[in-house]
Design a protein around this ligand. Structure first.
Ligand code: LMR
Length: 393
């Protein structure tokens, strides 16, 4: 039976981690998978998380099962950050913990399909795992253009998707720090998107994986909040991988917003059943640490300071890349200074990307995506020079 299975290509992004690790050149640069790095190129555990983990070790008195919903305190503690302090929507929202943002996206898609959604509209390019999840759940994917040539978001395309999805469709949008382009909708664009959702009554699926790493904690969810204020129902996937640095601990949350409070229990019971069949229960450790952190004022302000440092550092890298527009013409580097988060797309050919890897020890996704957090004072000049080298006519 098992010999009927043909070999699958490894996930290209995850394969890059191994290729980079196997490269013995001292000056290698990793711009592949989306992890934050400091000016020294490290991905340390957040100071606030270390503190919370120490406390967790002291206070946790059982590791008995919690259930498919996971840690309810964790799920509730995140809500003011996502939906706003004292949001009037809170009574129509129910949440549960998931294994990472990936688990939350998976649950959102599976629940939407269970509720009758037949087609999911996805702006491309997108995080490659979005398409893989949609395919695995078995829902039809309809793509639309995410970005225009000029490095801004294609508003007409997303409005067209919302119009076309009417009926049995749903639209999946990135809340902030778009992966892979770094191109977010502006406030005015979000307002138009919110109006379009309201007019069509369509189900938005909103994926928030980088809150705090674009413009700020509040700014990064302003678009999501604008949509939620106008629509009857929505599904929201949330990741703590990057903004709490908990990548390998798999910490995420999934929120369901219902038309009326009274419908929440039935909707959540379906999400519960799906979670039970998929992973039974989410891993506890990271979610419990986030809960303890958010319950403590001191740890919370340390965490917010750490996020500020990260965002400011990435902004500096973006500004430097933007200023290199004249040094390496033709790549549209100026636009990077206006974009948000960890990622940006460079219009490089496959050969140029291969040459960056082979001749310059610079690792980036085959799509042309770079993780700007992999750049710092010690390697950014080398990167810009290498770009010049591989693009010179
Ligand atoms: C990325 O896009 O690099 C991250 O979201 C990591 C992942 O799981 O793909």
């Amino acid at each position: 039976m098992l010999d009927t299975l043909s070999a699958q290509a490894p996930d290209a992004l995850l394969a890059l981690i191994k290729m980079h690790a196997a490269d013995s050149r001292d000056d290698k640069i990793d711009l592949g998978v989306g992890v934050y790095r400091t000016n020294e190129g490290a991905t340390p555990v957040f100071r606030a998380i270390k503190q919370a983990e120490r406390k967790l070790l002291d206070v946790q008195d059982s590791k008995s099962y919690l259930g498919p919903e996971g840690d309810g305190g964790f799920v509730k503690a995140l809500m003011p950050y996502i939906f706003g302090e004292g949001s009037p929507l809170a009574s129509r929202i129910e949440g549960m913990q998931t294994p990472g943002g990936t688990g939350a996206v998976r649950l959102a898609v599976a629940l939407a399909v269970k509720a009758g959604v037949k087609r999911i509209f996805l702006g491309v390019p997108s995080w490659p795992n979005h398409a893989q999840i949609l395919e695995d759940v078995g829902v039809e994917v309809v793509t639309f253009n995410h970005a225009s040539e000029d490095g801004t978001a294609d508003l007409a395309a997303v409005l067209g998707a919302i119009r076309d999805a009417k009926g049995d469709g749903a639209v999946l949008l990135h809340g902030c720090c778009h992966n892979p382009t770094g191109i977010d909708y502006t406030d005015t664009q979000w307002a138009a998107i919110a109006d379009a959702f309201a007019e069509t009554g369509l189900l938005p699926i909103l994926d928030i994986a980088y809150q705090g790493l674009g413009q700020g904690m509040e700014e990064d969810v302003a678009g999501v909040r604008a949509v939620l204020a106008k629509v009857p129902e929505a599904l929201i996937a949330y990741s703590c991988d990057k903004n709490f640095g908990l990548y390998r601990d798999r910490v995420g949350a999934f929120y369901m917003m219902a038309r009326e409070e009274g419908q929440l229990a039935a909707i959540a019971s379906n999400a519960n059943a799906l979670a039970r069949a998929n992973w039974s229960m989410p891993p506890d450790h990271g979610g419990a640490a986030v809960r303890l952190l958010l319950e403590d004022e001191g740890m919370t302000s340390t965490w917010l300071e750490e996020l500020d440092e990260m965002r400011t550092r990435m902004r500096r890298v973006r500004d430097r890349l933007g200023a290199a527009d004249n040094e390496v013409p033709g790549l549209g580097l100026a636009a990077l200074a206006e974009q948000n988060g960890l990622f940006a797309m460079l219009p490089l050919t496959k050969d140029q990307i291969a040459s960056l890897r082979e001749d310059h020890a610079i690792y980036m996704a085959g799509s042309g995506r770079i993780n700007v957090a992999g750049l710092h004072a010690g390697n950014i000049d080398k990167f810009i020079a290498a770009l010049g080298d591989v693009t010179k006519g």
